[in-house]
Design a protein around this ligand. Structure first.
Ligand code: NI
Length: 170
């Protein structure tokens, strides 16, 4: 495994549409393993292949809704498609490619994704709250869409810390 460099806003690779994965080979496995290491090192909750400069439909999402005492785990999604959404949530959202910036973004509260695993097997997975937000954010990356394009507005560090942004939603 190897760490890959996370590209930041301003790099055109973040605004391109990614191609579907068709070969579930050693090269794909290497990419996914490298992305896992890069995500863990960056302490993030999600990472999309274009963020490491690869225009392929591969994303990782950290499932943090786990029973107490259990560790969050990474979901690997190849060629993911959002097939169902329910409810809504508005809250702070950030991105490893836009360090230090958090915006208010509205997303569904529950999301179902259909994807393939690293060997090409199809599966479905549901995400709630942060995990749902993350599924949407990462799948958007594959279509060159950044969360800043969906922003209601930017949050200041102070607002983020105090949670005062919640008041304007009430
Ligand atoms: Ni991102």
């Amino acid at each position: 495994m190897a760490l890959r460099r996370i590209v930041t806003e301003g790099d055109s690779v973040l605004h391109k549409r990614c191609r579907a994965v068709t070969s579930f080979d050693a090269r794909l496995h290497q990419l996914i393993d490298d992305m896992r290491e890069t995500l863990a090192e960056a302490d993030g909750v999600g990472l999309a292949a274009p963020q490491v400069g690869v225009l392929r439909r591969v994303v990782l999402v950290l499932e943090t809704n786990v029973p107490e005492g259990e560790e969050p785990y990474v979901i690997e999604l190849v060629n993911p498609e959002i097939i169902a959404c329910e409810g809504g949530q508005t809250g702070p959202e950030g991105c490893l490619s836009v360090p230090g910036r958090f915006d208010l973004v509205t997303r569904p509260m529950d999301v179902t994704v259909r994807a393939q695993d690293r060997d090409g097997n199809y599966f479905e997975v549901k995400g709630h709250e942060l995990t749902a937000r993350c599924f949407c954010h990462e799948v958007d990356h594959l279509d060159g869409i950044m969360f800043t394009q969906l922003s209601k507005r930017m949050l200041t560090e102070e607002e983020l810390e105090s949670g005062s942004w919640q008041e304007e939603l009430e």
